[in-house]
Design a protein around this ligand. Structure first.
Ligand code: SF4
Length: 427
């Protein structure tokens, strides 16, 4: 058995493994974790997300996810009003009433998430106890779980992490040796990865979360899991507590990132090098060819990341190594060193890393650097555009399928498009 996979990363000068990190704690400009409901409700198709929050939370969800007119909705907000906040009403009794009405009316719901928000935390409504209490009434027909999406605790991608971490203790136990891909990826990406795993002879493969509440993957000491998203630290810890082992790897963004991600899996499952090259090689070459035309526009340009999605480090690695861009500052809400260690090793030496935020100071650094493109949240994009900077909304990088070989050029295009538009405007 030959477990040596001979598609190696291109050499680059020493990376950022031990690079100093600028840690800032000041005013932040980020979305809250409720945003995760937008993609999670599409992924787990018989789940319902009940936000226990305010009108602001309801507005955020409606504007982020759009209003569903023809389908039965699969998320809603139970509004905490002034009487609840003043302690005049029994919020637990109200919540039980709302949940009972919802589940009686909607037999299609098999999993209900009670999602905490800033207001539910302010009045200290214990949603985990509420979930236990309600489970006693509705189990086994409906599983009821809770997690927080509160803006006090979470940035926008963390909502997925808190949701999946809440699901892990519910996963069935198994000793089966299997691969688990962790993180909600687009269905098209899941299908493509399944074809690659089939070609490599790696299996069984489970994706977490599954499409249905009753099909969540088993976990145990035989489980080898690989993260598809870098923001799943709590989920990874919870899986490790169940005996699963994480395969460290760069994330599957770009031709190189996807190759290295698959390589880590192939090594663990002892795929022969010749098979790996024959299955992965042509896909990688196709992706590299598709990326070449984007590199022409991006090469040598400076990119500045404000902390938002936690995708910043892998994306900076992709843009630096495959697109020839210069990451001036890579800001991230949290730097989970262990999870992104293989990414940091590939970042160009000297890249400024920052964790957390002190908004005004970071804006000053950004203005001074005059980057060609700024990756930031919605709230910063318009003001920066009005100052003549070109921006990319980080939320688009989460909502668009960008994983894997077939999406590599789409990922690059998310950066070339705003640059091309700016060039037209100034021409
Ligand atoms: S959870 Fe907090 S930050 Fe998010 S919409 Fe509700 S009130 Fe706003």
């Amino acid at each position: 058995m030959n477990a040596v996979i001979d598609i190696a990363p291109a050499p680059m000068q020493q990376g950022c493994g031990d690079a100093p990190v600028l840690r800032e704690r000041g005013q932040r400009e980020v979305f809250c974790g409720l945003a995760g409901i937008v993609w999670l409700h599409r992924k787990i198709q018989d789940a319902f997300f009940l936000v226990v929050g305010s009108r602001t939370c309801a507005h955020l969800l409606q504007s982020a996810a759009g209003v569903m007119i023809f389908a039965e909705p699969r998320f809603a907000t139970a509004i905490i009003d002034d009487r609840d906040l003043a302690g005049l009403a029994d919020a637990n009794a109200e919540l039980d009433r709302v949940v009972t009405r919802l589940l009686e009316r909607r037999p299609d719901i098999k999993m209900l998430f009670l999602v905490g928000s800033c207001p539910s935390e302010v009045i200290k409504l214990d949603l985990s106890r509420a979930a236990e209490r309600l489970s006693r009434s509705f189990s086994p027909r409906v599983r009821i779980l809770s997690y927080t999406g509160s803006g006090i605790d979470t940035t926008f991608t963390q909502g997925e992490d808190t949701c999946l971490a809440a699901l892990v203790p519910e996963l069935p136990a198994s000793d089966e040796r299997a691969l688990m891909v962790v993180g909600a990826v687009a269905d098209i990406v899941e299908d493509q990865f399944r074809r690659v795993f089939d070609g490599l002879g790696v299996g069984p493969v489970h994706f977490f979360p599954a499409h249905r509440a009753g099909e969540m993957p088993p976990v145990g000491p035989g489980t080898r899991f690989v993260l598809a998203q870098p923001f799943l630290a709590d989920t990874a810890r919870a899986l490790e507590l169940r005996g699963a082992k994480r395969l460290p790897a760069p994330f599957p963004f770009g031709a190189e990132g996807t190759t290295l991600w698959l390589q880590a899996i192939a090594r663990e499952f002892q795929v022969e090098a010749t098979k790996f090259v024959s299955v992965v090689g042509p896909r990688r070459e196709r992706a590299a060819r598709a990326l070449a035309r984007h590199r022409v526009l991006l090469e040598g340009r400076k990119v500045f990341f404000f902390p938002d999605s936690q995708l910043e480090v892998p994306l900076a690695r992709f843009l630096a190594r495959e697109m020839g861009m210069v990451p001036v500052e890579v800001g991230t809400p949290y730097l989970h060193r262990q999870l992104v260690a293989p990414e940091l090793a590939l970042l160009p030496a000297g890249t400024q890393l920052s964790e957390g935020q002190d908004l005004e100071r970071q804006l000053d650094r950004c203005r001074a650097a005059r980057p060609d493109i700024v990756v930031c949240g919605l709230g910063l994009a318009n003001p920066l555009e009005s100052e003549g900077l070109t921006t990319k909304w980080s939320i688009e990088l989460v909502f668009t399928p960008v994983h894997g070989f077939d999406q590599a050029a789409d990922l690059a295009e998310l950066f070339t498009r705003p640059l091309a538009r700016r060039m037209k405007l100034v021409a």
